[in-house]
Design a protein around this ligand. Structure first.
Ligand code: ADP
Ligand code: MG
Length: 619
């Protein structure tokens, strides 16, 4: 039988290696930025077009390459960073595998310009799919510019697999954040489709964090420092009260390299124990320095996972250091005389002249007139306490069309911010008309049906109700907006703003009215009636974090994520007491839903226990 085994041609081997190194445009960004840092750059510019699909360019002012090195750098296993296996244990550079450029050149159109500092002329090199198209001598700037165009041009399957430009851009931004945060001593510029996204001057760690995540970040940071024989820890943790519902701002750097470590993350969470609410996450920016010989960064091709020699010790040190920092922060005197008074004013009221409160009396109001139960809020079953009675006059744009003519204005003022145009006004009477309800352990609503009884998970049921309501609002585009008396001004990081911009249109269809959306500020004039003013920040935070998660891509539509997030955030939770009236409303609304059986997250909403089931228990 003939011999079957053949050596793969280089360009094929490179394409296969590329599959490991380059998953998406963000991977290219990471490799190119790291090469620029390894080259000792003082300023690095990142230029991206169409989510990196059309162009990714990194320009640095580092050491550059000779003509020979320029050519060699695209060979597989070509690296200037290690020579022998032992070097792996003393790594001070980001790269060492020597396969990034070879892989990228195998699956894209690459143009490199590079020049050594002392040379007069540099090299201009073009490669397409591992094939050298041209190599010329040219007048170029000191340092290196790498332009990567048409990524995956020769692997259509991979190209089609890429997500939308916005999602890819978010991945790139995440990668950029990580690199920029790890190297505050390098200036970074980031342009996307011709506009500047970041301009980060050379600075210290704290300033870099603030420049990346917005001025508001500064007040959140608690410094952390510790030096032991095993590890040097520096950086910042966010004050506990700023813990977020999203995992957004969590960064570990080991020897200036961003890493993911669930184990060390756990140490941080443990230090925050008891200080933050359940299901919220502390933000942190922690820089660890350890002996390079005590870690192995070689276990993952994209190099974000690290193996430490002595994880347990590291865990213990980290936890106690953070506890100590948090403790110090807590003993800071509560009265700070130096503080700028303006900081104490809530954002919404900043720069606003104080107004005399106005009391409006409804002359047509008759206390003996029975309230029409139809106007009652069916979406928010909570008892409204102090929130009620907020200024209501003229705040409900478009409400008339939604609620219908029969609702008199006077009856609305009872409900104030809880009034909603219920989608479920025409409820089907699927339950026994005589049925009663009761709440079990602040978690379930129990009610009787003809064949026995059903036990409803209150939170999931409400999620289902809200979810269908929001979906409907989005589809018919007729959401009811609640105009705010004063526009609400909220601060976000620039990358959060990009996400909000992406979903702005959908947010508008459900009732948000934005009057401004800028680099760090969002001004809101109107909110959906289901959302109270105090909840707006939380809702938007949650949305941002859910859309960030969507990056990992389970392919749900924007609308669907939006409706799910709002349902999750605004629903009645386990532990909340529901009045009898609310229980009944919830049950009725639930059974008016299209899919009452499951929550938007595919969890069962209720179970049925028949008389038969009960009888059996008594045998
Ligand atoms: P690695 O970074 O693992 O060595 P790469 O394929 O990323 O492998 O790069 C190959 C080599 O090309 C590097 O070792 C370095 O010598 C050279 N190189 C790549 N990018 C640059 C740059 N921006 N400036 C100077 N040299 C570079
Ligand atoms: Mg490299």
């Amino acid at each position: 039988m003939a011999d079957l085994i053949k050596l793969l041609p280089d360009h094929v081997a490179n394409q296969i290696a590329a599959g490991e190194v380059v998953q998406r445009p963000a991977s290219v960004v990471k490799e190119l930025l790291e090469n620029a840092i390894d080259a000792g750059a003082g300023t690095i510019m990142l230029i991206v077009r169409d989510g990196g699909k059309a162009l990714i360019q990194v320009v640095d002012d580092g050491i550059g390459m000779s003509a020979t090195d320029a050519r060699l750098s695209f060979e597989r296993h070509a690296t200037s960073k290690i020579q022998k296996a032992e070097d792996l244990f003393q790594l001070n550079t980001k790269g060492f595998r020597g396969e990034a450029l070879a892989s990228i050149a195998a699956i894209a159109h690459v143009e490199m310009q590079t020049k050594l500092e002392n040379e007069e002329l540099g090299t201009v090199l073009k490669i397409e799919g591992s094939k050298i198209i041209s190599q010329e001598v040219g007048a170029t700037a000191k340092g290196t510019s790498m332009a990567v165009k048409n990524l995956f041009f020769n692997i259509p399957a991979r190209r089609n697999f890429l997500k939308s430009n916005q999602v890819e851009l978010r991945h790139i931004t995440d990668e950029f954040h990580r690199v920029a945060l790890a190297h505050p001593n390098i200036a970074f510029h980031f342009h996307n489709n011709g506009s500047e996204m970041f301009n980060l001057p050379k600075s210290n760690h704290r300033q870099r964090i603030v420049n990346v995540f917005g001025t508001k970040t500064n007040q959140k940071l608690v410094p952390v420092t510790e030096e032991t024989q095993v590890v040097k820890i520096s950086g910042f943790i966010n004050k506990p009260e700023f813990a977020k519902k999203s995992r957004g701002e969590q960064f570990f750097f080991v020897n200036h390299r961003f890493i993911k470590s669930p184990y060390l993350h756990h140490a941080v969470v443990a230090a925050f124990e008891g200080l933050i609410k359940p299901n919220t996450y502390p933000g942190y920016f922690l820089y660890l320095e350890v002996d390079p010989a005590s870690i192995d960064i070689n276990i993952h091709p994209t190099k974000t996972e690290v193996k430490f020699d002595d994880e347990h010790t590291l865990y213990a040190i980290l936890r106690s250091t953070l506890k100590h920092s948090l403790g110090q922060f807590n003993v800071v005197p509560a009265l700070d005389f130096e503080q700028d008074q303006n900081l104490e004013t809530p954002y919404a009221y900043k720069d606003k002249a104080a107004q005399l409160p106005r009391v409006t009396v409804d002359s047509g109001f008759n206390p003996f007139q029975e309230r029409e139960s139809k106007t009652q809020n069916r979406a928010s079953y909570r008892k409204v306490g102090t929130e009620a009675g907020k200024s209501w006059e003229g705040l409900y744009a478009g409400l008339e069309s939604e609620i219908g003519k029969e609702v008199s204005f006077s009856s609305m003022q009872f409900e104030s911010d809880t009034i909603t145009g219920s989608v479920f006004d025409e409820q089907k009477e699927s339950l026994e008309s005589t049925s009663t309800t009761f709440q079990l352990r602040r978690k379930y609503v129990v009610t009787t049906i003809k064949s026995g009884m059903i036990v409803i998970d209150q939170s999931r049921a409400h999620q289902r109700v809200l979810y269908e309501k929001f979906l409907k609002n989005i589809t018919i585009q007729k959401a009811v907006s609640q105009q705010l008396l004063f526009p609400l001004s909220l601060s976000f990081s620039p990358s959060d703003i990009t996400i909000l911009e992406d979903i702005r249109e959908s947010l508008t269809t459900i009732g948000f009215i934005f009057s401004k959306m800028e680099s760090e500020t969002v001004e809101i004039k109107g909110v959906p009636v289901q959302v109270s003013e105090s909840e707006v920040g939380m809702v938007l935070d949650q949305l941002i974090s859910d859309f960030q998660m969507e990056i990992s891509g389970d392919g749900f539509s924007q609308t669907d994520i939006l409706a799910k997030t709002l349902a999750k955030t605004l629903s009645v939770k386990t532990g909340e007491i529901l009045e009898q009236e609310s229980q009944i409303a919830l049950v009725n609304d639930l059974f008016a839903c299209k899919e009452a059986m499951v929550s938007p997250f595919n969890k069962p909403v209720y179970i049925t226990i028949t008389e038969n089931d009960i009888d059996k228990k008594f045998i």
